[in-house]
Write a protein that binds this ligand. Structure first.
Ligand code: DI6
Ligand code: FE
Length: 409
């Protein structure tokens, strides 16, 4: 009997996200079985290879409940200390994000607090945010460094990120974002800081194996395309995949640069031009939409969704959870914003938070309900998958399962 599956759900409505010719890869009157953290069966209940009780140790009747792949938040800055509600207040009193950054606030103020926090304090604060995402359906989470900006503090952040995965039983992908901002001790010496990132930090990060990818903030208030190129060349030489904060506030040629380096994704893209879109399409680079930052900054320049669609660039959606421009604790809420603000369809938004998000992280073992994939799934208090984008807030996730184990209810 040891060959039996660990669990089997009957009579569910699976939004499998498989390309099976139906929207959302929908399968009604479906069954989902899993064993040892992997999906053993996902398909029509009528085609199960045996009697349910003989197939699995635990069988549950879902009475038509909606089941989707676990959500994947492929772009967050979730590990940080303190918050920036004070800057939120300043912005409402007229200061712009760029003004605040130039006056030494912004990212640098979070850097000061993150450096000062002990690893355990950083973990405790960050865990609370991760729990909120998981409660809303997230089973895989990308977390960037970038608030340490010295080797020791960056490694501390990346260690905390991995500890969150251990604590919560979810999947974590870590990204080194040393080129996020110039730390205070390098003020006026930006190119020296880029040297520091390339000559000292990146090799150490690669040696410690604490990052799954390398990111940079390519922007006129951050790092130039020339500087990012140096970071990417170093990453490539060290065998690390790259991704990029590209064209968020201005057209800096970020999308084309990301594509040139075979980036997993280029993220934001509000100001990306037609050449950038074409380059991304040719390179198979995922476009990560971050409507939370667009909303918080009250941006008006929309990312070129129609053109990305037309060129077949895979669209992902993420929270960009960060203390400055997107204090957003729900990926589902980002999906709602992607629909309402960016006019993505609910199916595109759910694909963007499952299969395409997996691709933006270089993962092909999740994001879809199919035999052999990770047993990461969510049982929802909803009838139709469009509801996941339609409701704003609320506690829709009835049960969140990662690696075959319940991680939130
Ligand atoms: N782009 C963003 O929107 C955030 N970082 C980045 O590279 C902002 C981070 C912050 O303000 O703390
Ligand atoms: Fe970001």
């Amino acid at each position: 009997m040891t060959a039996r599956w660990d669990g089997l759900l009957l009579d569910c409505r699976l939004a499998s996200m498989a390309q099976n010719g139906t929207p959302f890869g929908l399968i009604d009157r479906a069954a989902l079985g899993w064993k040892d953290g992997r999906i053993a069966y996902a398909g029509a209940q009528s085609a199960l290879p045996g009697a349910p009780d003989a197939l699995a140790a635990q069988v549950e009747d879902m009475r038509g409940a909606l089941v989707t792949p676990g959500l994947i938040d492929c772009h967050t800055h979730l590990v940080f200390a303190g918050n920036r509600a004070d800057e939120f207040d300043q912005r409402l009193n007229g200061a712009s994000y760029a003004d605040i950054a130039k006056a030494g606030g912004g990212i640098v103020s979070t850097v000061t607090r993150t450096r000062a926090a002990s690893e355990d304090a950083l973990l405790a604060q960050s865990l609370a945010r991760a729990r909120a995402l998981v409660a809303d359906g997230v089973t895989t989470l990308e977390i960037k460094s970038g608030y340490g900006l010295d080797l020791e503090s960056e490694i501390k952040m990346l260690r905390v990120a991995r500890r969150i995965g251990d604590e919560l039983g979810i999947g974590i992908r870590t990204t080194f974002l040393g080129a996020h901002a110039v730390p205070p001790e390098f003020t006026g010496r930006q190119s020296d800081y880029v040297d520091e990132v390339c000559i000292h930090m990146l090799p150490a990060i690669a040696h410690e194996q604490c990052a799954d990818a390398v990111d940079a903030f390519c922007e006129n208030i951050a790092f130039s395309a020339y500087e990012v190129r140096r970071v990417f060349e170093t990453a490539r030489a060290l065998g690390l995949r790259v991704k990029l904060h590209a064209d968020q506030l201005s057209d800096s040629g970020g999308a084309a640069l990301a594509a040139e380096f075979g980036a997993l994704s280029a993220d934001h893209l509000e100001y990306t031009n037609a050449d950038g879109v074409r380059a991304m399409a040719a390179a198979g680079c995922v476009a990560v939409m971050l409507p939370g930052a667009f909303y918080c900054l009250r941006e008006t320049q929309l990312p070129p969704i129609a053109s990305l669609r037309e060129h077949g660039v895979p669209l992902a959606v993420a929270s960009d959870l960060n203390p400055g421009t997107s204090p957003l604790l729900s990926l589902r809420h980002a999906m709602n914003q992607a629909c309402t603000l960016f006019r993505m369809t609910p199916e595109e938004a759910l694909r963007g938070a499952t299969v395409n998000a997996a691709r933006a992280l270089g993962l092909d073992d999740r994001g879809i309900l199919e035999a052999g994939k990770r047993a990461d799934f969510v049982i929802w208090e909803a009838e139709h998958p469009a509801e996941l984008c339609y409701w704003i807030g609320g506690a829709l996730a009835r049960r969140v399962v990662a690696d075959g184990r319940q991680v939130a209810s």
